[in-house]
Design a protein. Structure first.
Length: 460
């Protein structure tokens, strides 16, 4: 009995030095934790009469679906500012791609065993980060944010050793527009591999930006996608946590959910990631981090240009337009949160004033905006009068301000229950966070002081 996935694997047709072909490492006792039936239907994967146990076998990597050409992709990347010339899928295997309409989608197992790029890692993932990524990425999709998706989660039956001792292993099946990262371009640039760069450029353009002809145009398109993406993150209080260049997808999707979190109380300096001691990737630093990554992306494309010096000048000019692009996106998103379809500079000041008030009073970011149409926070009466004078559109506000987000303390509780083999919390939470614009009073509350989780774990 096989799983019907209509594979058409274009990445596997790229030159050999783009990846290493290898199969996932089998696991002892695969069990299906979650199956995204809706996503499967949407992308044309038919489980047919397969039982959960058979499905688990496929998404644990124990059985390969027909047409899969498993491989680990190689890439490079700046991690917290330092360049690693070779990273790669250290614990992920691309099974292949499927086509839905004009789009190609990668089907990737994450946590599927060691690869030549594993370095010191065990190639595995434990249950916590798998449940976290599942909840986060599906919530982001429901919130309308470009993101990789979660198709399945399986428990492996094998323990994984982490800081706190042995944890149950798990594998996430990730669906992505592609796994081409800024760091993928950096890999070839660092080797002055112009043919490799050209092949990657052609592949990327065909896949994501078919109208693009030149490297400069690609820089511009990726810049636009990232400006729009990061503005969406900011408008939702989302903190990615590890904006290294290997974790920035050229497609413009949110990718690599690690120590990410939605902010509860608003503060621009909010950082969750335990390993981010300097706050490099804290909430307010995200646009700057994106800008810096885009500069690295442009640098990686320079060796493609016939006149490299001219390209450096060109690309520098281009990259310098990022702050304006981003600011425009930011204003549009935050304007919408206040019900203003066409916000101006006075509105920008109005938004800043509200955020300052939220910061000074430790107000919950999501809930303050969600309630704003009905409830003005104390001390903002004068502000509210000026805002009302702008005739905010309540329908626009309702579409821009979610009622519920996946809160860190709730994810933590779902993981703790999952560790006891109880996935009802996870399922209930998934159901609610994938309908984020519907009221869900039981799930919307900010954490109490005792419930607050200060740090997201680093041992993913
Ligand atoms: P990240 O910052 O989590 O996206 O990971 C950075 C790099 O470390 C990537 O190349 C990952 O494939 C690799 N990596 C992370 N965790 C593991 C692991 N448990 N085993 C092997 N490689 C890993
Ligand atoms: Mg990564």
């Amino acid at each position: 009995m096989t799983l019907s996935i209509p594979f058409d694997n274009s990445y596997a047709r790229l030159p050999d030095r783009f990846f290493t072909r290898l199969a996932p490492t089998p696991v002892s006792d695969p069990r299906l934790i979650a199956w995204n039936a809706q996503l499967a239907r949407d992308i044309g994967i038919d489980r047919g009469p397969l039982t959960d146990a058979q499905l688990a076998d496929f998404f644990a990597g124990n059985t390969l679906p027909d047409g899969a050409e498993p491989l680990a992709q190689v890439y490079a990347g700046h991690q917290f500012g330092g360049f690693s010339p070779q990273l790669g899928d250290g614990r992920a295997i691309l099974l292949g791609e499927i086509r839905t309409g004009a789009q190609r989608l990668d089907i990737q197992l994450k946590g599927s065993g060691r690869t030549p790029y594993s370095r010191m890692g065990d190639g595995r993932a434990w249950l916590g980060p798998v449940l976290r990524e599942y909840l986060m990425s599906e919530a982001m999709a429901a919130l309308g944010v470009p993101t990789t998706r979660a198709l399945a989660a399986v428990a492996t039956g094998d323990p994984v050793l982490r800081e706190d001792g042995p944890m149950p292993g798990a594998i996430l099946t990730r669906v992505a527009a592609s796994h081409i990262r800024v760091g993928t371009f950096q890999f070839f640039a660092a080797r002055a591999d112009r043919d490799g760069l050209r092949a990657l450029f052609d592949h990327t353009v065909a896949r994501h930006y078919p109208q693009v002809k030149t490297a400069a145009q690609l820089v511009e398109e990726v810049m636009k996608s990232q400006a729009a993406l990061v503005a969406q993150w900011m408008a939702l209080g989302f903190i990615h946590g590890v904006m290294n260049t290997d974790n920035m997808a050229v497609s413009g999707e949110t990718i690599d959910y690690g120590p990410c979190a939605f902010m509860d109380a608003y503060h621009p300096a909010t950082v969750f990631s335990f390993i981010d001691r300097q706050g490099r990737y804290g909430y307010a630093n995200q646009p700057r981090a994106a800008h810096w990554n885009l500069a690295q992306f442009a640098s990686a494309l320079v060796p493609m240009a016939p006149d490299e010096e001219a390209a450096v000048e060109d690309f520098t000019r281009l990259i310098n337009t990022f702050p304006d692009l981003y600011e425009a996106e930011w204003l549009r998103r935050f304007g919408a949160k206040l019900g203003l379809a066409d916000p101006n500079d006075t509105d920008r000041a109005l938004i800043a004033e509200l955020l300052k008030h939220m910061e000074d009073h430790g107000l919950d970011f999501t809930n303050t905006f969600a309630a704003l149409a009905d409830t003005i926070p104390d001390g903002l009466e004068d502000w509210a009068a000026r805002w009302q004078a702008r005739q905010p559109d309540p329908a626009l506000m309702a579409r821009a301000n979610p009622q519920v987000i996946p809160r860190t303390h709730r994810i933590e509780a779902a993981i703790q229950a999952g560790l006891q083999n109880d996935f009802k919390h996870f399922e209930a939470m998934l159901d609610v966070v994938t309908r984020p614009f519907e009221p869900a009073p039981d799930h919307a509350a900010a954490p109490t002081e005792a419930e607050r989780v200060a740090h997201t774990f680093c041992g993913t």
